[in-house]
Design a protein around this ligand. Structure first.
Ligand SMILES: [Zn+2]
Length: 92
């Protein structure tokens, strides 16, 4: 499968431990305004210690549906209720 993001596959991204360690679905994605960092979270509240640094490619391999958000600009976030719902993108 082609890697859809404009960022390089080895771009650093944040993912929460619930997704990478516990297999929870990605339900919240943020593309940060200040540094362009992508964050992939399970939807609950998080402590800093629950964040893991991975590559954008690792996230995409884990859940290719995040590729739908490749056009989401910095300063926006996307949410969905379950992994089967469509992403709802909004300005932060
Ligand atoms: Zn989480």
């Amino acid at each position: 499968m082609d890697f859809p993001f404009y960022d390089a596959p080895n771009t650093a991204a944040i993912i929460c431990c619930h997704i990478i360690d516990d297999g929870k679905p990605v339900l919240y994605v943020s593309h940060d305004e200040d540094d362009g960092m992508w964050q992939f979270l399970c939807g609950s509240a998080h402590e800093t210690a629950e964040a893991r640094l991975v590559s954008l490619k690792e996230v995409f391999d884990l859940d290719p549906s995040v590729g739908d958000l490749k056009d989401m600009p910095c300063g926006y976030c996307a949410e969905r209720k379950t992994e089967n719902d469509n992403w709802i993108v909004k300005k932060r």
